[in-house]
Write a new protein. Structure first.
Length: 437
C-alpha cells in the first residue's frame, strides 16, 4: 500500500528525463533530489534511476560543478523563482548550453550511483556507471580544488542553498552579515509563497540576502578565484563535506568496476575525514559545527547538520560516540523507540520553529543519512527506531516534503520525490538488511 503510493508519486513526478521534486513548488530538476530519487527508483524503475543521474550530469559544467538546478526550458517564465533569467548561466564560460543555476548541492551522487548499481548490477547499469565515473570524479575535483577556500582540505559552500538546508539556523549569523534590503523583493515574484504558507518559508529579508549572494557570484561569472576576497557568504558545512567523503568511498568501490584505481579515492576519503574532524568537530560541545570562513569561527547553532558525519565509515570512534550521544540527547531524541520524529534543529532551542523550513521540521533525506550512518557504525537498534519513525511519518501523512516534528503532520509539497524514493529504499532495506557497508 505504502509502496504503491511511493511508486505513484515518483511516476507522477517523472518528466521526460528526470523526476521533479514537486510539480508545484519545484518543477525543475534539482541536484541532490535526483540522487536520492535515483536511490529509490533503483528498486522499482532501475532504467530511470540511470536516466535521472545521467540527465543531471549532462548539465555538468566544464569545470566539474554539477548545478543545483537544471531548468526545464519547456516551463513558462515564473514557474520558479529565481528562474533561468536570474541565474543567467550563459554568462559563465564553463556553463553548458542548457540553462542551469550556478551553485551546487551536497555531492551525494556517487553514493546514489553505487547503491543503484548494487541494487540491480545489470549490463546496462555497468555501462551507465562507466559513463558516470569520470563525471563523478570531475565533480569531486571541482569541490576539492576550486572550493577549498579555507586551504585545509574541506570544500566551502557559497550560498545557503548549496547546503540543501537553506533556512537552517546554522546560517543565521553568516547570512545576517550579508548586506541586503527586504524591499528589493518588491521587484520579484516569489513563487514559493504562492504554493506554501509564507509562515513556513524563509522571510523576504532572507530571500533578499539569497538573491544578493547569487548576484555577487553571477556578476563574477561564477568564477571561484579570490572567493575569500570578494564573496559575502563562505561556510564549511559538516553535511556537505561528509557527503564529499562518502562520495570518495563510493568511488573507491566503483573504480575497480570501470578499470580505475581505487587507491586515490581511499586516500582522498581519509583526508576529508581527517580535515572534518580537525576543522569542524568542537571538543567543547562534542558535536560537529559549520565554520564561517569570513570570521574563522565555528557557528554555534546545534542543527541536524552536525549529525551527518556519522555517514563516514572511517569516522574515529570518539566522534562516532559523540555524534550518537548528541543524536540521543533531548535535542534530537533518537532512540530505539522514538517518541517523535528526528527534527532538523535542536528542539530545546528557544528559537525552534516546528513549522518553518529547516528550523525544526523533520525531513526524510536527512533522517535517511543519519540512519545509514547508524548502520555503518553498528547501531542497528537505533537505526531500526529511526527507520520505524520515518515509515510512520509517511504512513500517517503521505509523501510530504517534510513533517511536523511533534505531531508528524505533513507539511510543504504533498507529493514529494525524495520522500517517496527514500521510503522505497527503507521498505526494501527492512526486507533485505544493508549488506554493502
Ligand atoms: C532552493 C528541491 C529543493 C531541495 C532543497 C530545499 C529546497 C530550494 C527552495 O528545495 O530548496 O534550492 O526553493 O527552497 O531546501 O534541499 O533540494 O526540493
Amino acid at each position: 500500500m505504502l509502496r504503491r503510493l511511493a511508486v505513484a508519486t515518483l511516476d507522477a513526478n517523472w518528466e521526460h528525463d528526470h523526476t521533479v521534486p514537486s510539480r508545484t513548488l519545484y518543477p525543475h530538476q534539482w541536484s541532490w533530489d535526483s540522487a536520492f530519487i535515483a536511490i529509490g527508483l533503483a528498486h522499482v524503475r532501475p532504467e530511470r534511476a540511470w536516466r535521472e543521474l545521467e540527465g543531471l550530469f549532462r548539465a555538468q559544467w566544464a569545470d566539474g560543478r554539477v548545478p543545483h538546478i537544471v531548468f526545464n526550458p519547456r516551463l513558462p517564465v515564473g514557474a520558479y523563482f529565481p528562474g533561468p533569467e536570474f541565474w543567467a548561466s550563459a554568462r559563465a564560460a564553463d556553463a553548458p548550453a542548457a540553462p542551469t543555476s550556478g551553485i551546487v548541492q551536497p555531492p551525494v551522487h556517487a553514493l546514489a550511483a553505487w547503491l543503484a548499481y548494487l541494487r540491480v548490477p545489470s549490463a546496462a547499469a555497468h555501462a551507465a556507471l562507466r559513463r558516470l565515473y569520470p563525471r563523478l570524479v570531475a565533480q569531486q575535483r571541482y569541490l576539492a580544488t576550486r572550493r577549498d577556500v579555507g586551504g585545509d582540505g574541506l570544500a566551502c559552500v557559497v550560498h545557503p542553498w548549496e547546503s540543501g538546508l537553506d533556512n537552517s539556523p546554522a546560517w543565521d549569523a553568516p547570512l545576517a552579515a550579508v548586506p541586503a534590503d527586504a524591499a528589493v523583493m518588491r521587484a520579484y515574484r516569489r513563487h514559493d509563497i504562492a504554493h506554501a504558507p509564507a509562515a513556513h518559508r524563509p522571510t523576504d529579508l532572507d530571500y533578499a540576502r539569497y538573491v544578493a549572494i547569487v548576484a555577487s557570484y553571477r556578476d563574477a561569472a561564477y568564477r571561484d578565484d579570490d572567493l575569500a576576497g570578494r564573496h559575502p557568504f563562505l561556510v564549511e558545512c559538516p553535511l556537505f563535506n561528509a557527503a564529499a567523503g562518502v562520495a570518495e568511498h563510493a568511488l573507491a568501490r566503483i573504480a575497480p568496476l570501470v578499470g580505475a584505481d581505487p587507491g586515490p579515492h581511499r586516500e582522498r576519503a581519509a583526508r576529508i575525514t581527517d580535515a572534518l574532524v580537525r576543522r569542524l568537530y568542537d571538543p567543547a560541545t562534542r558535536t560537529f559545527q559549520p565554520r564561517d570562513l569570513r570570521t574563522g569561527r565555528l557557528l554555534p547553532a546545534r542543527t541536524v547538520l552536525g549529525l551527518a558525519p556519522l555517514i563516514l565509515p572511517d569516522l574515529p570512534a570518539p566522534q562516532v560516540e559523540a555524534v550518537v550521544a548528541e543524536a540521543r540527547s533531548a535535542r534530537f531524541g533518537l532512540a530505539a523507540r522514538m517518541e517523535r520524529p528526528l527534527p532538523s534543529y535542536d528542539r530545546t532551542a528557544p528559537d525552534f520553529e516546528p513549522l518553518r523550513y529547516w528550523r525544526g521540521p523533520s525531513w526524510m533525506n536527512v533522517a535517511w543519512l543519519v540512519r545509514r550512518g547508524l548502520l555503518t557504525h553498528g547501531r542497528a537498534d537505533l537505526a531500526a527506531g529511526l527507520g520505524r519513525s520515518m515509515v510512520g511519518l509517511v504512513a500517517g501523512a503521505g509523501c510530504h516534503e517534510y513533517f511536523h516534528p511533534d505531531t508528524g503532520a505533513g507539511l510543504g509539497s504533498p507529493a514529494f520525490g525524495w520522500t517517496a524514493a527514500l521510503l522505497l529504499d527503507l521498505l526494501a532495506d527492512r526486507r533485505d538488511p544493508d549488506a554493502e557497508g
